[in-house]
Design a protein around this ligand. Structure first.
Ligand SMILES: [Zn+2]
Length: 167
């Protein structure tokens, strides 16, 4: 049994639930089927396509400033696994996290101060701010605007789900 991606009514990814939970939501008509697997299963006397992606019938507002922990996975996903100084995409394992304002200068480990950087840029920047190092950021780092962004890494691991990753 696989998991099921739940989309908001607006098609933003919201969360991942079990197939069982998704079928209950379908039976309650709280969600509608968006993508299904080829195989069927029987429940409550009826036959169902195994859901892969469902969508809420009613929109759920997501708190704008919900606190999301700043994690390596989250920062790499937010930055699309791209070095925020030179634009290189050397692959997830080759990317480092850079504190824009170095910790030694009081920089904190938060979304607004942590970016993805290739090893070369991170080494060149050293313990300096971008200004001190004469390096420019491609974009100002921000906390992802909605909770779904933290699902990005998981979404990318499922072929069917990946097309919802960047809505
Ligand atoms: Zn770089």
């Amino acid at each position: 049994m696989t998991d099921v991606l739940v989309l908001n009514a607006s098609y933003e990814p919201l969360r991942i639930v079990s197939v069982r939970r998704a079928i209950i939501l379908l039976l309650q008509e709280k969600v509608e089927l968006v993508e299904a697997a080829a195989q069927h299963l029987r429940a409550q006397g009826a036959s169902f396509a195994v859901p892969l992606v469902v969508r809420l019938v009613r929109y759920i507002a997501i708190p704008r400033h919900r606190q999301l922990p700043c994690s390596r996975r989250g920062v790499l996903a937010r930055d699309r696994e791209t070095c925020q100084y030179c634009g290189a995409q050397p692959g997830r394992a080759q990317l480092t996290l850079d504190h824009v304002v170095p910790r030694a200068q009081g920089g904190r480990s938060e979304w607004e101060n942590v970016v993805s950087a290739c090893a070369g840029c991170n080494h060149r920047k050293g313990g300096r701010t971008p200004e001190q190092a004469g390096m420019a950021l491609l974009a100002r780092p921000r906390q992802p605007s909605y909770a779904a962004l933290v699902l990005l890494v998981e979404l990318e691991q499922h072929q069917i789900w990946s097309k919802y990753a960047y809505t």
